[in-house]
Design a protein around this ligand. Structure first.
Ligand code: ADP
Ligand code: MG
Length: 238
């Protein structure tokens, strides 16, 4: 469960082509990182996979099924945004439980899932707090908790560390890597930070100006960059 495949996906906003024919596969359980400079189309590509934007051309497949026309909810992926997007008036518990409540799941089952996610994310002591009384790192973990309880086929992360200070960024990066190990879920992760990409990814997709420059493991990109852009972006061997 959780194979995501893009076939020649394009996206234009008005006359402006932003995604110019992207094909790639995230295999089941793989940690795939989209990396590239600001404005190259990373967030747009992730939103297309989530179903938050309509494609202009091409197709998107999840577990072999064409989901190009499917709404976000039925794609079965969970997205974690850079801005957290937590409900300020709800507690941590309420925020994590929210999607389950709207899905009509029994209270006892919701409670079990919320507490399990809180335990995984070290949020148990904070379940009664409001987002404003949490640190940036804790808020980001709540956002991840909300994604986990839905037991998605895959997780989509858009620069989840960018609002954190340097120390927390490293810590949260390690937590996300551990989460991936623990859940074994497919993860697609967007960043403009090469270090993040190199340390987290099974597979890196280097994007520039709406196009794929290269796809490969961190080692492959480092040892055999296909062009000057990749070499300069990833950092060529010394
Ligand atoms: P990244 O996440 O890599 O920084 P984005 O996917 O946010 O890049 O944006 C890629 C390009 O698409 C940018 O030039 C941006 O201005 C443009 N863009 C993104 N969303 C919209 C939109 N809703 N309408 C018009 N242009 C957009
Ligand atoms: Mg972005």
């Amino acid at each position: 469960m959780g194979t995501i495949e893009l076939k020649n996906v394009t996206k234009s906003f008005g006359p402006v082509a932003v995604i110019k024919g992207v094909s790639l596969t995230a295999e089941e359980g793989e940690f795939v990182v989209f990396v590239g400079p600001s404005g190259c189309g990373k967030s747009t590509l992730l939103r297309l996979i989530a179903g938050l934007e309509e494609t202009s051309g091409g197709s998107i497949h999840i577990d072999g099924k064409d989901v190009t026309e499917l709404d976000p909810y039925h794609r079965g992926l969970s997205m974690v945004f850079q801005s957290y997007a937590l409900y300020p008036h709800m507690t941590v518990y309420g925020n994590i439980a929210f999607a389950l409540k709207t899905a009509g799941i029994a209270k006892l089952e919701i409670d079990r899932k919320v507490r399990a996610a809180a335990e995984t994310l070290k949020l148990t002591p904070y379940l009664d707090r409001k987002p404003k009384d949490l640190s940036g790192g804790q808020r980001q973990r709540v956002a991840i908790g909300r994604a986990i309880v839905r037991q998605p086929k895959g997780f989509l992360f858009d620069e989840p560390l960018s609002n954190l200070d340097a120390a927390l960024r490293t810590q949260t990066r390690i937590e996300i890597a551990n989460l991936h190990k623990e859940l074994g879920a497919t993860m697609v992760y967007v960043t403009h930070d090469q270090i993040e990409a190199m340390t987290l990814a099974d597979k890196i997709v280097v994007l520039n100006d709406g196009e794929v420059m290269q796809i490969g493991s961190p080692k492959e990109l480092y040892n055999a960059p296909k062009n000057t852009f990749v070499a300069q972006f990833i950092g060529s061997p010394k």
